[in-house]
Design a protein around this ligand. Structure first.
Ligand code: T4K
Length: 399
């Protein structure tokens, strides 16, 4: 179909997609299986407090990750909070700024200072070469984030942590079902924290889990997620309500049963994007290592404004007008958000790669709500937009 600039919704045309295409549309799995589990749960009248569905989900996570323990939580943010307290983190923790703001918030919430480290421009993960210069006598841990499900350089991080006597944990919110060196995420560092938020690859509406091989740590986290109760009337720790509900576990189990087909859909969508955007100047799709296990959940594009003829923000604006609701994850970087922006105004000085990335990346719709045919249409639209970048920039009044 021949298109003119006037066919773009930004300049008066009808949106290319009648319905909004969201990033993060939930995967559901077998609806009937979910409803059966909920019926059973209602019959049992056991809704929360370590119910049978939560225990079954924990067992499935142990099988999937290979970790000795999986402790289900109401969400990953509380999981990060609880594991940090259970390990006894204090002072400062080194982590990337290129992550969702939940990662530093879980630390700052308990008075631990997040010290932001720059990332590797290829993997988008914390750069081990930049960590040592940030270590001070107050540093208690390194918190890596497996961004987009690509595992961090765990060997390098483990080496630094061991040498410098630091704890090491991972925010694995994106990385369920992913491996590095053939080893599944879930057993790296002292503990790893998964998210099952609605937008995640496997969801439990809201939910999360912490995996660990450490028996004592697992026990402490189980108590802490239940107000610190270690028996009927005995409270051993400062605790909080971090429990996962049975209905959440029902959804988590149902999604997990469909894990292979969800991965297959994500992989097909990712390859459709790859084929559709391969030759588009200035757009580079973030790649995964196909020799590892991978959930292919995130479709992340880096925009080189000079080559593409328009920058990431204008591209996102055009896509939104067309009902493709691309997201600027992770813009503007946690160090540019409050309270970090005010507390640590100079943090950006040591984060050049982070600042570069936050201006260039966007996430595109994928998951089971999107088909490869739709992906092809999105790519066709992006090809058209990039092909007319300078004209679009001029018509939109951008310099
Ligand atoms: N660590 C990392 C690295 C993370 O990425 C996250 C969460 C966490 C820790 C914390 O995990 P949790 O405590 O949440 O378990 C979304 C998610 O809310 C957040 O969980 C996720 N990362 C982050 C990357 O994305 P927002 O603020 O962008 O969410 P929202 O409501 O704008 O939704 C995103 C998109 O999903 C929209 O385009 C609409 C679509 N959507 C959303 C929901 C909730 C649906 O289509 N259906 C839905 O039910 O943060």
């Amino acid at each position: 179909m021949k298109r003119s600039l006037d066919s773009l919704a930004l300049f008066g045309g009808a949106p290319r997609f009648a319905e909004p295409l969201h990033v993060g549309r939930p995967n559901i799995g077998d609806r009937q299986a979910l409803l059966r589990r909920i019926e059973d749960m209602l019959d049992r009248r056991w809704f929360t407090n370590n119910g049978p569905l939560v225990q079954e989900l924990e067992q499935r996570l142990v099988e999937l990750t290979g970790a000795r323990h999986a402790v289900a939580m109401c969400n990953a943010t509380i999981g990060l909070d609880i594991v940090s307290r259970a390990i006894g983190l204090a002072g400062e923790v080194i982590l990337p700024s290129f992550t969702f703001v939940a990662t530093p918030h879980a630390l700052q919430w308990q008075g631990i200072r997040p010290v932001f480290c720059d990332v590797d421009p290829l993997t988008h993960n914390i750069d081990p070469a930049r960590i040592e210069e940030l270590i001070t006598p107050r540093t208690s841990a390194i918190l890596g984030v497996h961004v987009w499900g690509t595992p961090c350089d765990v060997a390098a991080l483990s080496g630094i942590a061991r040498r410098r006597g630091l704890h090491l944990l991972f925010d694995a919110a994106h990385a369920l079902g992913c491996s590095r060196g053939g080893r599944m995420v879930g057993r790296f560092g002292e503990a790893e924290v998964f998210s099952f938020h609605a937008t995640k690859f496997i969801n439990s509406f809201e939910g999360g889990a912490v995996t660990t091989d450490d028996d004592a740590l697992a026990k402490r986290m189980r108590d802490m997620r239940n107000f610190g109760f270690a028996g009927y009337d005995r409270v051993d720790w400062l605790g909080i309500n971090g429990k996962m509900t049975e209905v959440a576990a029902a959804m988590g189990l149902t999604c997990l049963e469909s894990i292979d087909s969800i991965v297959a859909t994500n992989r097909a969508n990712w390859h459709a994007y790859e084929a559709g955007l391969r030759d588009v100047p200035g757009l580079a799709l973030h790649a995964y290592d196909a020799s590892e296990r991978c959930n292919w959940q995130y479709v992340v594009v880096e925009v080189d404004a000079v080559t593409a003829g328009l920058d990431r923000d204008l591209l996102v604006e055009v896509l939104h007008a067309e009902n493709v609701l691309a997201r600027r994850y992770f813009y503007p970087g946690c160090h540019q958000m409050e309270p970090y922006r005010s507390r640590y105004p100079h943090a950006g000085r040591v984060l050049p790669e982070t600042e570069r990335l936050t201006e260039r990346v966007l996430s595109l719709p994928s998951g089971t709500a999107v088909t490869p045919a739709t992906v092809e249409q999105v790519c066709e639209l992006m090809r058209f937009v990039v092909g007319h970048g300078p004209e679009i920039r001029a018509r939109s009044g951008r310099r």
